[in-house]
Design a protein around this ligand. Sequence first.
Ligand code: CA
Ligand code: CA
Length: 110
Amino acid sequence: MLVKADEYTEKYMESNSQVFPEASIDAILDKIKKGAKGYPTLQEYVIALMKILDKNNDGFVDIGEFAEGLKTINIFTTIHEQHALLRKFDFNGDGKVSMEEFYNAMAALF
Ligand SMILES: [Ca+2]
Ligand SMILES: [Ca+2]
């Protein structure tokens, strides 16, 4: 029953993402959060995620890496959502997400 309700809620939010952009961002953040369950600590999850997302290994995740990386962990996002998400993580506004920014943003979700 719970799974069905979740699926319904997700579908509802996806189909209304133009009307509720914040809701669709929260749904994506929730999916990212769920991945942490497989790791003993949030720090280890963030390090593992950074490894996946930071393709060129420069210590930062830019918008292109972010979009591609999320796809590889089966989180599919629109360009609008990618930019909204990046803004959420990119505290200093330099257009890319550092490990520290990513960790702080993730920690704030829990
Ligand atoms: Ca990079
Ligand atoms: Ca930044």
